[in-house]
Write a new protein. Structure first.
Length: 280
């Protein structure tokens, strides 16, 4: 692939050229990488290498270093053989070792295995040359399979994360998906009980369950978070109606993203809180 803004680096022999690589988006428009690339020819064979910098002065210094290594019989071209199946397997192993939640691992496993199978059937088994054109072809295939916008977005981000990791680990020469931008779809409106429906539910529920339903309804909490709430999490002396600190209840007894959140009825949250029960 011929470099854009290709220019020779003075003082290099064989002559090393530096420039930028050009890519094409699915809509056929073109864009140029910010990273500088080196190009040279030895014994009639052309070669290119990413210099890993967007600074021209640094790129020139790296080109001179590259020229010295070429004169010493280097660099010997590294052969990258990573397949998309191997990429999926290694990235999933990483996420298992990180202790991700079972639901997250299940979603990652299904998404990456589906991706690997598609690339094999579509004759794109190698992760080395997998670029924007193949990426958007996979997105289109997901759409043709009837997947929703949110599912497609999640799969696309997962694939981009896997390739970013592979490039950082030097499993592939470069991340060709780095310039790809994926638009997050608008959130769909979720069904919600009306106040009248909540009142009917509480009136007909078992007294013990009614308390659980009330906390879930008026604090907007998941069942696991309500199940694991403790008296020490209820702060009666704060706010006009008190606060409930949400600390536990998700996967591995952790809340989403592992953060604690306060829920109460005051001018900051605008949420319903718990009132201290009447004491005789």
């Amino acid at each position: 692939m011929k470099l854009i803004d290709r220019q020779p680096v003075e003082g290099t022999q064989p002559t090393v050229y530096i420039g930028h690589r050009e890519y094409r988006r699915p809509d056929r428009s073109r864009y140029v990488s910010r990273t500088w690339y080196a190009e040279w020819c030895v014994h009639g064979k052309h070669a290119q290498q990413a210099l890993g910098t967007g600074n021209k002065s640094v790129a020139i210094r790296k080109a001179h270093d590259l020229c010295r290594r070429i004169g010493a019989g280097e660099p010997k071209p590294k052969v990258y053989k990573l397949t998309n199946e191997d990429l999926a397997r290694q990235y999933l192993k990483l996420k298992f070792n990180e202790g991700r939640s079972p639901k997250t691992l299940e979603k990652y496993t299904f998404g990456l295995n589906t991706f690997a199978l598609w690339t094999a059937e579509a004759k794109h088994p190698s992760a080395v040359g997998f670029g924007p054109q193949q990426f958007w072809a996979h997105v289109q295939w997901l759409r043709e399979q009837g997947k929703g916008d949110t599912t497609i977005y999640d799969r696309a981000i997962l694939i981009k994360q896997a390739f970013k990791w592979a490039a950082l680990e030097k499993l592939i020469p470069e991340n060709l998906l780095a310039p790809v931008k994926v638009e997050e779809p608008a959130s769909s409106e979720q069904p919600c009980f009306t106040p009248a429906q909540v009142a009917t539910l509480l009136a007909s529920a078992d007294p013990h369950e009614a308390a659980i339903y009330a906390v879930m309804a008026y604090l907007g909490r998941r069942f696991g978070e309500v199940r694991d709430v403790r008296w020490s999490d209820i702060l009666w002396d704060q706010g006009s109606s008190g606060f409930v600190v949400v600390r536990r209840g998700g996967s591995h007894s952790r809340t989403p993203r592992g953060s604690s959140r306060y829920r109460g009825n005051n001018r900051w949250t605008g949420r319903w809180g718990l009132r201290e029960p009447h004491r005789n």
